[in-house]
Design a protein around this ligand. Structure first.
Ligand SMILES: [Zn+2]
Length: 73
């Protein structure tokens, strides 16, 4: 009997750690990808236009730089 209880326990821990580590890394990678794609894909906020001259504007602008109309938040 060359395999001790301690060696068996260490072997079991590694057998579980490796697949669990892969699963955690995969979940974290997918979460990071979803956040990166969802947050960085539309920086210009499409569909947000000046109500007066209908030019593309940014949500942070309080007034339209083209005609001076106050923007609706
Ligand atoms: Zn305008």
């Amino acid at each position: 009997m060359g395999v001790s209880m301690k060696q068996l326990l260490i072997g079991m821990i590694f057998m579980w750690l490796i697949p669990i580590g892969f699963i955690v890394l995969t979940v974290l990678g997918v979460a990071w990808l979803v956040r990166a794609v969802g947050g960085g894909a539309n920086p210009a906020a499409p569909g947000h236009n000046c109500p007066s001259c209908h030019r593309a504007t940014q949500t942070s602008w309080k007034h339209c730089p083209y005609c001076g109309t106050e923007m609706a938040a």
